[in-house]
Design a binder for this molecule. Structure first.
Ligand code: C5P
Length: 238
């Protein structure tokens, strides 16, 4: 019998009989304001899992090491167990969200270079910004670990920006998380879905990500299904 290890905002993590393998269950729910707002969306777990599995497979096919093993069912995956770094790596290509509010900018301008920001994962502290020297001083990660993880973020951006563009979506920003396997290897973990990135329709600039829920714009599951259909179409073509 699998044992529930952790319930997150949109996923559950279960320990399987194999100590190195976890089962992830994508839930039919979305949260905003760091979990303070929560709602049920039928079919959302299935759509987010389908998108994330597709993206992780695409990244692995292009040389990115991840925790992903395989899709188990519509809303479940098997992943390699890792020790997560309590860090969020945000890459921004376009001004949006907190970058816009923090610096008093209008959303929408393409940034001259991708902006890289690291946050310390803590619900109690609302995920504060953290810089490299603090991360190292607090022994959260070494300089070398950070360099390695940021290099993967750059590679992911270089792979996914054109992929989403081909699917008619602008990859505005995204958040990645990493973990360390029992053999010491650092791998991309967590997920890549419209829960943790911003996608804007290239033709209309309409939001196609969790902002439709955060800002009460459109139906979340329908939006995610559209992202999935577009991604499937371009990945099939490759
Ligand atoms: O809110 P902010 O503008 O900083 O978000 C930047 C990107 O990181 C967005 O794509 C957002 O969905 C993602 N993010 C996330 N989890 C967080 C914070 C941000 O997935 N805790």
């Amino acid at each position: 019998m699998d044992k529930l290890l952790y319930t997150g905002k949109a996923k559950e993590m279960w320990q399987t009989a194999d100590p190195d393998v976890l089962r992830v269950v994508y839930l039919d729910q979305a949260t905003a304001l760091n979990g303070k707002r929560k709602e049920h969306f039928a079919g959302k777990g299935k759509a987010a899992n389908a998108i994330s599995s597709l993206v992780f497979r695409y990244l692995m096919d292009h040389g990115v090491a991840t925790h992903f093993i395989k899709k188990l069912s519509a809303n479940e995956d098997l992943v390699k167990k890792c020790q997560m770094f309590p860090l969020e790596f945000v890459t921004r290509n376009v001004v949006a969200g907190h970058f816009a509010t923090r610096y008093g900018l209008k959303e929408g301008a393409v940034l001259a270079n991708p902006v890289e920001e690291t946050f310390f994962k803590s619900d109690d502290l609302d995920d504060p910004f953290i810089n490299e020297s603090a991360t190292v001083a607090l022994k959260i990660a070494s300089h070398q670990d950070l360099m390695q993880m940021w290099n993967v973020c750059r590679k992911v951006n270089d792979l996914l920006r054109p992929l989403f563009a081909k699917a008619g979506m602008q990859l505005v920003d995204f958040k990645l998380e990493f973990g360390r396997l029992s053999n010491g290897e650092i791998v991309l973990a967590d997920e890549f879905s419209p829960d943790n990135c911003r996608l804007w329709d290239t033709a209309t600039n309409h939001h196609m990500d969790k902002d439709v829920y955060r800002r009460k714009i459109a139906d979340l599951t329908q939006t995610y299904d559209e992202v999935l259909a577009r991604l499937q179409a371009v990945i099939k073509e490759e």
